[in-house]
Design a protein around this ligand. Structure first.
Ligand code: ADP
Length: 307
């Protein structure tokens, strides 16, 4: 399966994609991890990305795209992958769509993890990561035993817990603001493509994993009708106005044509004029004495009877 996990910082994308990776046997591709690794190795990409990351801003689209393109070209991806933290802007989402279309490997599902902002801040401040294996823990929500006594699969020693440099209060506020501005629009982007599933990502981690598994097996959220771009909407409104006034002009012409077609001097008024045959029939019955001529006002018969 080819999956994107969408959600604000701290919504659990990393934790859930690690679990999903183990369950489905497909790689997790975390743009944040790739960038952090580039920074740690001191590569050119890392050098260029570091400033934005430290400030809680997004790294330039072109850099991230190049990095993801290379990662998706590796031999472990044809069986599927979980994208975590990418795409994060509409430009990235569109570029990913083009890239996967070219590879003949379109996305199967996009899952949006929903968590309210107070909970996000709490989670981020308690987040710790093993410096060796990268496993993510949370001082507030992970079971104490897992944090303290589990051994790191890489070193065989207890996990070496570290806090990410960008998990500080000021940077977190900026990351949440950037998410609202740049990443939230992707929800509509993927809903319009019939790929979106939304889950409640609060509560127990196992429970969220269950919801995620269920969402991946369930049909996507209904497609929202796609809104045409503003310029197209303006053109369509102009066309509607133009055809409405053309209808008005046509109906004016029709009325003039009808008036012109009437014999001159003859005014069409009331029902009698519309049914000349019926009027002639009444006149001939009166003449032959079969019917008495009604008095003016239509009450002639009654008056005649009284007389
Ligand atoms: P989180 O989701 O908790 O903010 P990540 O590990 O996904 O953390 O990302 C850490 C930082 O790496 C981001 O704040 C940003 O600076 C950078 N980054 C990660 N992914 C992207 C991306 N797709 N586009 C731009 N910048 C990114």
């Amino acid at each position: 399966m080819r999956i994107v996990l969408l959600g604000p910082p701290g919504s659990g994308k990393g934790t859930q994609s690690q679990r999903l990776m183990e369950r489905l046997g497909i790689p997790q591709i975390s743009s944040g991890d790739l960038l952090r690794s580039a920074v740690a190795r001191g590569t050119e990409l890392g050098r260029q990305a570091k400033g934005a990351m430290d400030g809680g801003r997004l790294v330039e689209d072109s850099l991230v795209l190049q990095m993801i393109r290379e990662r998706l070209g590796e031999p472990d991806t044809p069986g599927g992958f979980i994208l975590d933290g990418f795409p994060r802007t509409l430009a990235q989402a569109e570029a990913l769509e083009r890239l996967l279309r070219a590879l003949g490997q379109p996305l199967d599902a996009v899952v949006q993890l929903e968590v309210d902002s107070a909970e996000l801040v709490r989670r981020i401040s308690g987040r710790r990561c093993c410096a060796d294996c990268g496993r993510v823990f949370n001082l507030f929500t992970s079971p104490r035993t897992a944090v303290e006594s589990e051994l790191c699969p890489k070193t065989g020693a207890p996990h070496r817990l570290t806090q990410r440099p960008d998990d500080n209060e000021a940077t977190v506020a900026e990351r949440l603001r950037v998410y609202e501005e740049k990443t939230r629009p992707l929800i509509d982007f993927y809903r319009a493509r019939g790929l979106l599933r939304v889950i409640d990502a609060t509560g127990d981690v196992d429970e969220v994993s269950r919801r995620l598994t269920q969402a991946l097996g369930a049909p996507a959220a209904p497609r929202a009708p796609r809104r045409a771009p503003a310029a197209t909407r303006v053109r369509a409104a102009k066309r509607r106005r133009a055809s409405a006034s053309a209808r008005v002009r046509r109906s004016g012409r029709t009325a003039r044509r009808v008036r012109a077609a009437r014999p001159s001097g003859r005014r069409v008024r009331g029902r009698t004029a519309a049914k000349p045959k019926a009027a002639a029939k009444v006149r001939s019955r009166v003449a032959s004495g079969k019917t008495r001529r009604p008095a003016r006002g239509g009450r002639g018969r009654i008056r005649e009877k009284r007389r």
